[in-house]
Design a protein around this ligand. Structure first.
Ligand SMILES: O=C(O)C(=O)C[C@@H](O)[C@H](O)[C@H](O)COP(=O)(O)O
Ligand SMILES: [Zn+2]
Length: 364
């Protein structure tokens, strides 16, 4: 088992990473003296495939366990679902503050984390990510929240988990589209911080798409380390350091919102298109060379990710785009690549270039 420490003073925590480590869940709780009741907010799709094994593990813990199942789809990250779950928790007659556990992908983690941040003004929180996207990105760093109709992640908070239990074995039963969803974020890490990781992704496409355990473990380890180090320097996303993790997300989020958070584009797919759009703007601004642009586009395509969006209403996308949390008082701010492995923040990109890019990549 590997242990990655996220050093955030009194909010520091461990990420325990390994194949099959979920089996050690009862001893992990015992070692850490976690005795409070557990409220497990679980993705019902994940449970459908793994319920027996998971329930067997939870039967070995002395804590009282309450289960809440949710559909792990983006459409669950909404106010009505949030209201329903907090009411359900409060009606269970739990004495004292429970520990909230997120057992699922990014949606489950973001929603459960927002509940952990707000229920009783905050209760302990454990992330057990079950998708590649959640393993490499959303389970680490404490961004939690829900979507509003008009834009993604508009209501939220920072709530660092107390522990992350990252079991690579969960990836074995993940549908291919979910693997690709996470791979978009993995490619993002290569572009923003690690050219070697990017090369590794270029050289090992077949292995990675075949969900080779060693390759996936290596990737998850690299990504989590990058994220942990970035978050340590700028936990609250205020110093223009953490912002690099948002590469591809301005257009990506707008694509997700404009497509109704449905099945059309998931988060990774939106981010894949968003990265290509941002990279193309960087080429046009003379900040990024064409060759690297095509390396990025090709790599996304090799992993089966989209690089342009169809069936999106541009007007809807623009409404959501304007609410990007990175923009300051009407000044747009984008993360643009300078080379593979390095990005920078660029402000005030000409509206003409942004509109041209939308015209080129977003359409009916
Ligand atoms: O952790 C971060 O910081 C990120 O930006 C990582 C993103 O991949 C992730 O999708 C995040 O939830 C986006 O947050 P937002 O601030 O753009 O809503
Ligand atoms: Zn993301």
């Amino acid at each position: 088992m590997k242990k990655i420490r996220v050093d955030l003073k009194e909010r520091s925590y461990d990420i325990l990473l390994g194949a099959g480590i979920i089996k050690s869940f009862p001893s992990i709780l015992a070692e850490r003296k976690i005795t409070r009741p557990l409220v497990v907010i679980a993705d019902n799709n994940f449970l459908l495939k793994n319920e027996n094994a998971i329930k067997e593990i939870f039967r070995e813990v002395p804590n009282k366990v309450y289960w809440i199942k949710i559909p792990g789809k983006e459409s669950s990250k909404k106010l009505d679902m949030y209201g329903k779950i907090v009411n359900e928790i409060s009606s269970k007659g739990i004495m004292g503050a429970p520990v909230i556990i997120a057992l699922g992908g990014g949606v489950t983690g973001d929603l459960a984390g927002f509940i952990a941040a707000t229920y009783r003004r905050g209760v302990p929180f454990i992330q057990i990510p079950t998708t590649l996207l959640a393993l490499v990105d959303s389970s680490v760093g404490g961004k939690v929240g829900i979507d509003l109709e008009i834009a993604k992640n508009l209501l939220g908070s920072f709530k660092q988990p107390d522990l992350v239990i990252a079991d690579i074995n969960f990836l074995k039963t993940l549908p291919a589209r979910q693997i690709r969803n996470g791979l978009a974020e993995v490619i993002k890490y290569g572009v923003i911080k690690n050219a070697e990781l990017f090369k590794y992704l270029e050289r090992n496409v077949d292995k990675i798409l075949a969900v080779d355990k060693k390759a996936l473990e290596r990737i998850v380890y690299e990504c989590v380390n990058i994220k942990a180090r970035v978050v340590e320097k700028d936990e609250l996303d205020k110093l223009d350091i953490r912002i690099i993790l948002n590469f591809g997300h301005t257009f990506g989020h707008a694509i997700e919102s404009a497509s109704g958070y449905g099945t059309l584009y998931n988060h990774g797919e939106g981010v894949a298109i968003g990265m290509v759009m941002a990279a193309h703007m960087a080429v046009k601004l003379g900040e990024f060379n064409k060759n690297d642009f095509f390396r990025l586009k090709d790599l996304l395509e090799k992993y089966g990710l989209p690089t342009r969006a169809k069936n999106i209403e541009r007007e809807k996308m623009l409404e959501s785009y304007k609410l990007d949390k990175k923009f300051i008082q009407g000044v747009n701010r984008f993360i643009l690549p300078e080379k593979i492995g390095k990005v920078k923040v660029v402000e005030n990109i000409p509206v003409k270039l942004i509109m041209e890019t939308i015209e080129e990549y977003i359409g009916k």
